[in-house]
Design a protein around this ligand. Structure first.
Ligand SMILES: Cc1cc2nc3c(=O)[nH]c(=O)nc-3n(C[C@H](O)[C@H](O)[C@H](O)COP(=O)(O)OP(=O)(O)OC[C@H]3O[C@@H](n4cnc5c(N)ncnc54)[C@H](O)[C@@H]3O)c2cc1C
Length: 498
């Protein structure tokens, strides 16, 4: 039988993964990518001798202690890569000189929290027990959930039973809601700043801290683009083809079957199957003109919350920040308005743990704020005002950091501001979301289909069909979609480690 061909839209982690597994399973794949490099959101960029790591804070599956590691090995992403497991996930400072330190070792975290607030012993123990319970579970990666038969489903349910019990309890509690249970006013205020997202599910927090405790969610030295490039190399090594600077404008269909794509330059490319890993909204409503949709899918885009867009100020600072933890949140002396919103705290990411990101003795420091997409969209209509706003934000951030790290303002050698418009332009993600669908107390554990109603030979993969997003989900999604295609073609799924 002739080799089937697959066109993949997007060379983000999901697209590269779909490409790799497609090649491993004997399909002839090619990827069309808008930009001139791989990675999508999982990227980095260079400015004046500094590298701004634009994505990875933690990589689930960074060590064999987690099932995902195998996928990263298959994708050639972790071999020879040094991972850093931070001692502190985050340090949140309070007005009165107190600090809530989220240690990644949960025994140390428990002791620290009890020292901070002995009166909250019971709530702290409940929290720590929640994390501890998650350290004992691992998510199954073997098979796409879409392919579970009744026996498989039962086996997985049985294995996951203890985890499902924990999930039932915690998924409906928000980080903000749980924080209210602390009697200590500082802990009550500081705790929700650790995952400062609306209605964010405690379950996601517990799982993240459990992965960190297990040393399975480290940071890959070299940063995000290096990581994506390794998967790009694996894909090319498997015989895949990537066309950069090739934005897809339409998915071509004939008799309700996907038959290829049309690029923005008008050229058309045919294939037996099309997989879109590009933004979900653009795929469904623009590339397919909203022809293949139902109320359920429309409802997602009308109603579900998304991870908010970000403003990011990255500074190259001629200073080592020796001994400081990777992430510090501290209260401002006075609230300030940044991008139209009042801010009472500021969070500084200090990238002193990766020597490849800055010249020796120097450091990239990043500050990120969630911001309003419409605010920026409107501002962008007046380029001069947009640029002025970016400069003003940079000046404010430098001044605020200087209050905390005296002398910093005079040590800044590089300043780079990215806004929601930057992310939207760079990756096409809907309303500049940085990770797709937000996991809330209502959406935790939600599943979405990878096909569209009425359209054959077409699949979606990546963060817009995997609520919660993240690079492991994106990689898994690309793998799962190829498993589904193999099943459709009645052939066993194959995966190998290079
Ligand atoms: C600041 C930040 C921090 C993050 N931190 C972490 C973290 O610590 N850990 C973690 O796991 N995740 C993190 N994430 C989330 C993670 O980066 C994403 O969820 C994941 O990379 C999504 O991958 P994807 O392939 O699904 O989508 P994308 O990365 O969006 O890839 C889609 C690709 O499609 C391309 N494309 C779009 N439209 C077209 C078109 N018309 N034609 C051709 N190509 C097109 C885009 O250019 C892009 O390359 C972070 C994200 C950000 C922004």
């Amino acid at each position: 039988m002739a080799q089937k061909s697959i066109i993949i839209i997007g060379a983000g982690i999901a697209g590269l993964s779909a490409g790799c597994y497609g090649q491993m399973n004997g399909y002839r794949t090619q990827i069309f990518e808008l930009q001139n490099k791989p990675g999508g959101l999982c990227t980095s960029w260079e400015r004046k001798g500094y590298t701004i790591n634009g994505c990875l804070h933690w990589l689930v599956g960074s060590s064999p202690a987690n099932n995902f590691y195998r996928i990263w090995e298959e994708l050639g992403a972790v071999q020879g890569r040094r991972m850093i497991d931070h001692e502190e996930f985050m340090r949140i400072e309070g007005a009165g000189g107190r600090s809530f330190i989220i240690y990644t070792d949960i025994n140390r975290l428990e002791q620290h929290m009890k020292e901070l607030s002995p009166a909250d012993k019971e709530v702290i123990e409940e929290f720590i027990e929640g994390i501890r319970a998650c350290t004992r579970s691992d998510l199954p990666i073997e098979k796409a959930p879409e392919l579970y038969g009744p026996l498989n489903g039962f086996k997985v349910l049985f294995k996951l039973f203890p985890f499902l019990k924990i999930m039932r309890k915690w998924k409906k509690i928000s980080v903000q809601g749980f924080a209210k249970r602390f009697s200590d006013p500082f802990l009550r205020e500081a705790f929700p700043l650790s995952f400062d997202l609306p209605d964010f599910s405690m379950m996601a927090m517990l799982m993240t801290l459990a992965w960190m405790h297990n040393k399975a969610a480290g940071y890959p030295i070299g940063g995000s683009l290096e990581f994506s490039r390794a998967i790009e190399q694996r894909y090319l090594g498997l015989g895949g083809e990537i066309h950069y600077h090739s934005p897809v404008s339409k998915i071509l269909t004939e008799n309700d079957q996907a038959i290829g794509v049309r690029l923005a330059d008008g050229t058309e490319h045919r294939s037996d199957i099309v997989i879109s890993t590009a933004d979900g909204h653009a795929t469904i409503f623009d590339m397919l003109e909203g022809k293949y949709i139902n109320d359920k899918i429309r409802g997602y885009y009308d109603k579900l919350p998304i991870f908010p867009p970000l403003v990011q100020v990255a500074l190259g600072v001629a200073r080592s920040f020796k001994g400081l933890p990777p992430s510090i949140i501290y209260p401002l002396k006075e609230p300030v308005t940044i991008a139209g919103q009042e801010r009472k705290t500021i969070g500084a990411e200090i990238h002193n743990f990766d020597p490849t990101l800055a010249p020796q003795g120097k450091t990239v420091v990043k500050v990120m704020f969630a911001s309003d997409y419409d605010y920026w969209k409107k501002l962008k209509q007046d380029l001069a005002r947009y640029k002025a706003e970016k400069e003003q934000i940079a000046d404010k951030v430098i001044a605020l950091l200087d209050q905390h790290f005296p002398g910093l303002a005079g040590q800044v050698e590089m300043c780079d501001v990215a806004t929601p418009i930057t992310w939207e332009r760079y990756t096409g993600n809907w309303r500049a979301s940085f990770e797709g669908w937000l996991i809330t107390t209502k959406t935790f554990g939600m599943r979405m289909g990878k096909t569209l109603p009425g359209l054959k030979n077409f699949y979606m993969a990546g963060q817009w069909v995997e609520p919660g997003g993240g690079v492991p989900s994106a990689a898994m999604s690309g793998r799962n979609v190829i498993q589904i295609i193999c099943k459709q073609d009645k052939k066993p799924f194959a995966a190998s480690i290079p």
